[in-house]
Design a protein around this ligand. Sequence first.
Ligand SMILES: N[C@@H](CCC(=O)N[C@@H](CS)C(=O)NCC(=O)O)C(=O)O
Length: 125
Amino acid sequence: MVVVRAILGALILLLNWVFTPKSVKRDQASQAQINEAAKDLTLYQYKACPFCVKVRRSMKRAALPIETKDAKRCKTSKQELVEGGGQLKVPCLKITENGEDRWMYESKEIINYLNDRFHTTTATS
Ligand SMILES: N[C@@H](CCC(=O)N[C@@H](CS)C(=O)NCC(=O)O)C(=O)O
């Protein structure tokens, strides 16, 4: 089972690399605004989780420089996720608003949130 999972993970990462999506191009001022807004967001994720890959591809398409934290390999990130969000499940987007953290689980919900907030229309699959 571990071997099958490792092979599937490698395949997902390979396909993701081969078919890397293109990023939207914005003028410098608009991109600078987005870069600033993205500082309030953090994606907790696993490298080869298909749901996380889906969210990262959506971020790439929309050119959103959101910090990512690996909740599998990094113990501190895993602890932050469990203590802050309440469960060890990825992807999870931490949204900091007015000094408060909101933890959003579910890849579809995260992609819809990013599309709405940054006025982009990236596919959810
Ligand atoms: N419906 C969720 C599924 C997320 C999911 O199943 N994530 C797995 C990793 S691929 C997970 O976090 N499992 C818990 C664990 O690994 O401890 C979504 O679309 O985000």
